[in-house]
Write a protein of this length. Structure first.
Length: 482
């Protein structure tokens, strides 16, 4: 793999959870693999009183917790390049100090990562600009913005205006880590590097598409964030819509930032979310020894916030007219799973004497667990009679390749260092995504209905099953090749 250029990687909010769980482990792995330039500097920036030694100690502790096979020697060679700057997010003083520090470090290529609450984003870009850090003379200056990017179309537009006042679009990297998951990328490989699938990838052969993301966790101490966000803003507007776009977009002429994002924007522009009659908004209550959402810290005891949703989307173009796209996701749903399922139509004529209920073929892309792709189809059972059974062709990542798939954050950090924005969201793209979910959010906020309650640790509200049953369909049970 090509080595990243020499740069300074500045993390705003370095004392937070995302740095400990994702950013630092990713930087460490890139360092171990020799992909990180040996003179990379990592600069932590946060409000609290801290110093280089204390930051290094807390990062070491995080790595010991989150990295398998932590190696002290490798750590020591990285640790000495980690430094700390204390400052606020709304006062230019801290940013000026940061600018001086970067000069002292002789780092002309700079990456600024906002691992902070969304309310700080505009202060950070303004502070960087005022301290002269948004300019890319003599080296590059790039800013990485974490999700959520706004809370609706209006706020996202506003944030884009504020960010783009100081940075050019090609300096801005809006992150959605789902795009860097191996299976998400493999979806494009399967579609565009093989001849077999593309001719049947349309409404003539595909009955419907399902995107599922289930999580066993609750809101994990993020009650007040979740009260604002809910499942639609937290994962539908970004992760799930992005996966859906990868399924639905037209083949790009090149796999680069402009071509891929142009195609995704086209799909988002043709997409609509059907109303609440074709959706289910749910919320977990106590069950299986776990507390209910309304009992979580920071949550209003009468909250109507959705911790689960199932919704129906349509794409109004020639390829996808009349093919429903169903999406569902929720917290406290038993096991962790993320997958995309394409259900094919039944053959137009079946010459065998088999029951009418014969199931049609299905292609499954699993992101978690058992990362891979499975095709499930009908085959003849052994014997003199002509009886059908269901069989699978499976591709499992860990069986085919002897190196583990990198964490999404490793891929994304390396991409920012190398200036490749293909897996990041463009301004118009993020706005197009809000345009799709905003009407559903508005309807839900206006309706006074209670959410569909489901017990923690179960597969979710039965209303979601009924939603598909009404259309003569059913949800795929995630988890394996079957
Ligand atoms: C985050 C959401 O973006 O994605 C979390 O804010 C969610 O609520 C997480 O748990 C899931 O990511 P992953 O990679 O663990 O599937």
């Amino acid at each position: 793999m090509e080595q990243a250029p020499k740069s300074a990687f500045v993390i705003f909010g370095v004392t937070g959870d995302l740095t400990a769980r994702k950013l630092m482990p990713a930087l460490y792995q890139l360092h171990v693999e020799g992909v990180l330039h040996p003179e990379t500097s990592i600069v932590g920036y946060a409000r609290s009183q801290n110093d280089d030694t204390a930051l290094r100690e807390s990062m070491k502790k995080a790595l010991k917790t989150y990295v398998k096979g932590f190696n002290v020697k490798a750590w020591e060679s990285l640790a000495k390049r980690i430094t700390y700057i204390q400052g606020t997010y709304d006062d230019v003083k801290g940013f000026k100090e940061l600018a001086k520090h970067l000069e002292d470090l002789k780092q002309e290529n700079r990456i600024f990562y906002t691992s902070t609450p969304p309310a700080t984003y505009t202060g950070i870009v303004k502070g960087l600009a005022e301290a002269g850090l948004a300019r890319s003379e003599g080296g590059f200056s790039r800013v990485v913005i974490e999700k959520p990017f706004g809370i609706d179309l209006e706020t996202a537009k506003d944030l884009n205006i504020q960010v783009l006042e100081h940075f050019a679009e090609d300096q801005v990297y809006r992150i959605d880590h789902y795009l860097a998951k191996e299976t998400a990328q493999n979806l494009s490989a399967l579609r565009f590097a093989n001849t077999l699938f593309e001719p049947i990838w349309n409404n003539k052969y595909i009955d419907h598409v399902q995107v599922t993301m289930t999580e066993p966790m609750g809101v994990e101490g993020r009650g007040s964030f979740y009260e604002e966000a809910g499942v639609i803003r937290d994962v539908f507007q970004n992760h799930l819509l992005q996966l859906l776009a990868l399924v639905a977009m037209e083949p790009p002429s090149r796999y680069d930032a402009k071509s891929v994002r142009d195609e995704k924007v086209k799909v988002f522009s043709a997409m609509e979310c059907l109303d609440l009659n074709h959706a289910v908004m749910g919320q977990y209550v106590a069950g299986n020894g776990m507390k209910g959402y309304r009992d979580e810290e920071g949550v209003n005891p009468r909250s109507r916030q959705a911790t689960y949703a199932a919704a129906t989307f349509k794409i109004n173009n020639w390829r996808w007219a009349d093919v429903p796209f169903y999406m569902r996701s929720g917290k406290r749903l038993g096991d962790k799973a993320s997958e995309i399922v394409l259900r094919f139509k039944k053959p137009p004529h079946i010459p065998f004497d088999v029951p009418n209920s014969m199931i049609s073929d299905r292609l499954v892309f699993r992101l978690v667990p058992n990362e891979g792709i499975s095709f499930r189809f009908n085959a003849k059972e052994p014997g003199q009679h002509f009886k059908m059974d269901r069989v699978s062709m499976n591709f499992y990542y860990d069986k085919e390749f002897d190196r583990p798939a990198p964490d999404a954050y490793e891929t994304l950090i390396l991409d920012v260092m190398q200036g490749d924005a293909t897996l990041f969201m463009r301004a118009d793209e993020v706005e197009a995504q809000w345009r799709i979910v905003d009407p559903l959010l508005e309807q839900w906020e206006k309706s006074k209905k209670d959410p569909a309650f489901y017990s923690a640790g179960t597969p979710g509200p039965s209303q979601a099953d009924e939603m598909l049953e009404r259309a003569g369909r059913y949800w795929h049970k995630p988890g394996n090749g079957k």
